[in-house]
Design a protein around this ligand. Structure first.
Ligand SMILES: Cc1cc2nc3c(=O)[nH]c(=O)nc-3n(C[C@H](O)[C@H](O)[C@H](O)COP(=O)(O)O)c2cc1C
Length: 175
């Protein structure tokens, strides 16, 4: 798959085949892609915790407040993205330029992870509706939890949807 094909085929998967495990080689490919992600001053201010089994089930529950994200329990792997401190130069740059580089960096690593998941034939969904304190305690992490990404094989009947996006002339302008 080239990048355009990945972008066209990636979508938030909300229907998983809970009977199919994710192979370690596929998980490794996804984590290797995450490692290659760019970040402000190359600070990589995040950590990825791979959760499976009972830990994945507990993390899934922590994304389901107020009846949300029920589908997450069927995904066999949950990747927890937690914050790490800025490196010194990114901390200074962020303060001086009033720019939240860490959130940008975390968004990019999530994009790399989900793009590689698609390339590996796996479904994924980025989750921002989560209970950070609960997941910190489940995973024994200090940094705030910014995202969970669920991973697994999509159900056979989970078809590619038509993408709803802004028109290009609203999204882009030339000056
Ligand atoms: C930062 C972020 C947080 C998100 N949180 C959730 C979530 O908690 N639950 C969910 O079902 N989808 C969540 N999504 C998925 C978006 O709803 C989805 O990407 C968007 O509607 C576009 O659809 P697509 O991913 O299928 O192309 C999140 C996406 C991002 C980038």
């Amino acid at each position: 798959m080239n990048f355009t094909e990945i972008a066209q085929n990636r979508q938030s998967c909300r229907k998983y085949d809970g009977t199919k495990a994710v192979e370690q080689e596929k998980l490794d490919a996804i984590l290797n892609a995450a490692q290659l992600s760019p970040s402000a001053c190359n600070g990589q201010p995040y950590h990825v915790t791979v959760c499976t089994g009972d830990t994945a089930a507990a993390v899934a529950k922590a994304t389901q407040g107020m009846g949300m994200n029920k589908f997450v329990s069927d995904a066999p792997v949950q990747l927890v993205i937690s914050e790490k401190p800025y490196c010194r130069t990114a901390a200074v740059g962020s303060k001086l330029k009033h720019n939240d580089y860490r959130s940008i960096d975390i968004g990019i690593v999530a994009a790399y992870i989900t793009a590689e998941a698609t390339a590996q034939g796996l479904g994924s969904c980025i989750l921002g509706w989560l209970d950070s304190e609960k997941i910190k305690s489940i995973c024994d992490l200090d940094g705030d939890i910014r995202l969970v990404i669920c991973l697994g094989y999509a159900s056979a009947d989970d078809k590619l949807r038509v993408k709803k996006r802004k028109d290009l002339d609203e999204l882009v302008s030339y000056k």
